[in-house]
Write a protein that binds this ligand. Structure first.
Ligand SMILES: [Zn+2]
Length: 530
């Protein structure tokens, strides 16, 4: 019999504290559904009563399997429950569970709450009792627990025990400042577990020494059975424990997988990369390429000698099978690569070619030559695929840009403000048809992108869902010899993302190449007829 571990997601509450993240009501509803569909046990929605978005969120009808949790403070010191509007709003909210945040460090009780240690304990007990009386499952986040425990262990424990003895389902030990190290977490949770059964202990770790994941796992080793965290490690400062790393570790590493089970099935685990990227997309953030398990580089191998071993026996260079988390193996085609990389990559993208085909040598030479000029094919998978298909003679000439013109103009607008705008005009030949499109944009590349995609005649239907999602520029070499490399990431209506590259001494030309590759790639992928 495996023991059950519970996962508590606080992306919508603690994750909302991330610098630059601002969830709308619609975002929160959509994210709650994504988290629920993925199989998380608890989804914390926010602070009803404390801000209008969260109050509305809890008022919305919803159908979730996860326990939808409201977060708020314990009763204010020196007030009665009936005289505390914060508690009233929290108890009123339509929630399955209430997570109270309580002080557990006597120093904070004195300085921040300006009350006595006894009154703080009474506030914890009263709050738990009131929420239980309303039929809610109760969690108590013991704030600054680890720092408090080091400063005054008896008091920190007294806070945790007050919550537990009053009937809180979970007593959550928080590393609020995020500075505690894994061996300390393991030792302290082990001590707490002597007084409170581990099946009632949770861990809430912040990532200020980049060990929130390690701290969460250390707490589980010491007896904790609930882990709180966020998707992609969102959260203020350096973030919260990243559930996207914790979940596959619990599922795939024998030390945890043999002892514990979680609410996420193997089939759901294969949606992990998608979940991670979908959240980034909603927040308009570029996914972290180097993210463990789900990043595009997480299973990418560059050197030729490793690549030939990987093709023979993937386990030689991979700690888990990438498909279990919805990722895939990438063998990077680069100046270090050999024929085995190239063959494996061609096979993956579905191009059949004989091992001895002389065109392979030509393609390899071409890749090396272009990389020497500054093209970065290992970052630009779509441009690589097009180069391969072209060398092997399989990309139609869908259309031809006969000329384009881009200008940049600075002027006063109608209200007397100085603005810089760009306009692009593109002349395209599609079959026997000549099309001229013009577009205005914030900058020259934006204008060019809009004009290029405005009217492609019979191909327009295939590129309707295409959008530019990231644009990166690098200047290579120094001084007057400088060339510009542009990497463009695009996405379409299905959520597929691809990257293309352009290199030129002129930034507009480099951008044009990358934009063209992106459009042609989309046409190839959509099976547009020649
Ligand atoms: Zn927190």
């Amino acid at each position: 019999m495996k023991e059950r571990l519970y996962l508590f997601d606080t992306t919508l509450r603690d994750g909302a504290q991330t610098n630059g993240v601002d969830f709308t009501l619609a975002d929160k509803v959509a994210i709650a559904q994504m988290l629920d569909a993925f199989g998380l046990d608890y989804v914390e929605g926010g602070y009803p009563g404390a801000n209008p978005t969260d109050t509305q969120l809890f008022a919305q009808p919803r159908k979730l399997d996860a326990r939808f949790t409201a977060f708020g403070m314990t009763r204010r010191p020196g007030r009665s429950l009936s005289n505390d509007p914060g508690i009233a709003a929290l108890l009123e909210a339509e929630a399955d569970a209430i997570c109270f945040v309580a002080k557990a460090w006597d120093y904070h009780v004195r300085v921040a709450l300006e009350t006595t240690p006894e009154e703080n304990l009474a506030s914890i007990r009263d709050s738990v009792r009131a929420a239980k009386a309303r039929g809610r499952e109760v969690l108590v986040d013991c704030e600054h627990f680890f720092d408090g425990y080091k400063a005054s262990g008896d008091y920190a424990l007294a806070c945790a025990r007050a919550a537990y003895e009053e009937g809180a389902r979970w007593v959550v030990l928080c590393d609020t400042n995020g500075g505690t190290l894994p061996h300390e977490v393991e030792a302290i949770v082990g001590e707490v577990a002597k007084k409170i059964p581990g099946g009632h202990i949770g861990i809430h770790a912040h990532n200020d020494t980049e060990q929130a994941v390690a701290n969460s796992l250390a707490a589980v080793r010491a007896g904790a059975r609930q882990i709180q965290g966020t998707i992609n490690g969102l959260g203020e400062r350096c973030g919260n424990a990243n559930l996207v790393s914790i979940i596959p570790t619990l599922k795939l590493k024998p030390e945890f997988a043999e002892k514990f089970e979680i609410g996420i099935s193997d089939a759901k685990l294969r949606n992990l990369a998608h979940l991670s990227h979908a959240l980034d997309e909603m927040l308009n953030r570029a996914p972290d390429r180097h993210a463990p398990y789900v990043g595009t580089s997480a299973f990418a191998t560059k050197a030729g000698i490793h690549a030939s071993a990987i093709v023979k026996e993937p386990a030689t260079y991979e700690h888990v099978d990438p498909e279990t988390v919805g990722n895939r193996r990438r063998l990077l085609v680069s100046d270090q690569s050999g024929r085995s990389n190239l063959l494996a990559e061609l096979e993956r993208i579905g191009i059949a070619v004989e091992k001895e085909d002389p065109r392979l040598v030509r393609l390899l030479d071409e890749v090396k030559e272009r990389e020497a000029l500054g093209y970065a094919y290992e970052a630009a998978d779509a441009s690589f695929e097009l180069l391969a298909r072209r060398t092997l003679g399989a990309v139609p000439d869908y259309f031809n840009v006969e000329r384009f013109d881009v200008n940049v103009e600075q002027r006063y607008n109608a209200v007397g403000k100085r603005v810089t705008v760009s306009m692009a005009v593109v002349k395209v030949k599609v079959g026997n048809e000549t099309l001229i499109s013009a577009a205005e944009g914030d900058g020259p590349v934006h204008a060019l992108d809009l004009a290029l995609r405005k009217d492609l005649g019979k191909y327009q239907q295939y590129i309707e869902g295409l959008e530019l999602s990231d644009y990166r520029v690098r200047i290579l070499n120094a001084g007057t010899e400088a060339v510009t490399r542009v990497l463009i990431e695009s996405q379409d209506e299905t959520g597929e993302r691809w990257t293309t590259v352009g290199v030129s001494s002129n930034i507009i030309d480099a951008s044009f190449q990358a934009l063209m590759d992106s459009i042609v790639y989309k046409l190839v992928r959509s099976g547009a007829p020649a």
